[in-house]
Design a protein around this ligand. Structure first.
Ligand SMILES: [Zn+2]
Ligand SMILES: [Zn+2]
Length: 280
């Protein structure tokens, strides 16, 4: 009985037991090129400096990895691993040094290579929207039967900013006689900010929406989040004009009954008057 036929690699003539695509393992490997030169481009925002592709925020590494894996998949029909070892940044381009790993016909392959990434300076969607004053909703911060204090509004503003999750933004803040309006880029962040302010101060919020117009055949709404910080409470001492009033009773919907601390006189403050009062 004869053993297997002796096989020779037709390319290099080496004797071998196993052929891969009719070649010895070394020639087979040599024929494969996982990393091909290819045009990769990533946009970089000239305003905020973020990297993006289309409307999606991304990173140079993520784009290079996805592109190379896709190319390998197209060419060899297999999955691969791509690791970026180094990224050299220049002005309008980046140079990525990488390693690609794949397995073909049971042969594990590792290849080092590098690719150029063209950086296109553009404006990202978020910055375009900020520049255009874009907003979806307004968080209206008020207090029941009183005007929120400057301190409260300063804290509320801080709470609002720290509630944002990328890529949300606040496009405008308007200080009003009765409180603060914060213009926000999404309904989710409007809700999150409202919740956070209520968690911080108590009170409550309600949501309402108004038809703003139509875009691409769909109704576009603007949402108002009406945040109400708690009003005065029994036991608070209020300053109104040159009087100091101790709050004795809240009269739902009408005002406050209290006592003038200096004269011991009983007084009634209407809602309009309590709006001018400050807690001391
Ligand atoms: Zn060979
Ligand atoms: Zn930007």
């Amino acid at each position: 009985m004869k053993d297997k036929w002796t096989k020779f690699c037709p390319k290099c003539g080496t004797q071998t037991d196993e052929l891969f695509d009719s070649l010895c393992v070394d020639c087979f490997k040599r024929e494969i090129k996982l990393i091909e030169p290819t045009v990769i481009s990533v946009s970089i925002c000239r305003t905020c400096g973020c990297y993006f592709k289309g409307n999606e925020r991304t990173s140079i590494e993520a784009v290079v990895e996805a592109t190379i894996r896709k190319e390998i998949g197209k060419k060899y029909g297999c999955d691969s691993e791509v690791e970026i070892k180094e990224l050299k940044m220049e002005d309008t381009r980046a140079h990525a040094v990488l390693i690609a790993k794949a397995e073909l016909r049971g042969v594990p392959l590792t290849e080092n290579g590098d690719v150029e990434v063209v950086l296109k300076r553009e404006s990202c969607e978020r910055c375009n929207r900020i520049a255009g004053g874009y907003y979806v909703g307004i968080v209206q911060i008020r207090a029941d039967d009183r005007i929120p204090t400057d301190d409260e509004l300063a804290i509320a503003e801080k709470v609002a900013h720290s509630s944002l999750i990328e890529p949300e933004f606040i496009s405008k803040e308007v200080l009003l006689k009765e409180g603060l309006d914060i213009y926000v880029s999404s309904m989710d962040c409007g809700r999150r900010i409202s919740n956070a302010i209520v968690r911080r101060f108590g009170g409550s919020y309600s949501k309402s929406q108004k038809l703003y117009g139509r875009k691409d055949g769909r109704n576009v709404y603007r949402i108002s989040f009406s945040v109400r910080m708690p009003g005065f409470r029994v036991g608070d001492v209020l300053e109104i004009g040159d009087k100091r009033i101790s709050v004795e009773k809240m009269v739902e919907g009408r005002g406050i009954e209290g006592v003038d601390i200096d004269t011991d006189e009983r007084v009634f403050l209407s809602k309009r008057e309590t709006m001018k009062a400050k807690r001391v």
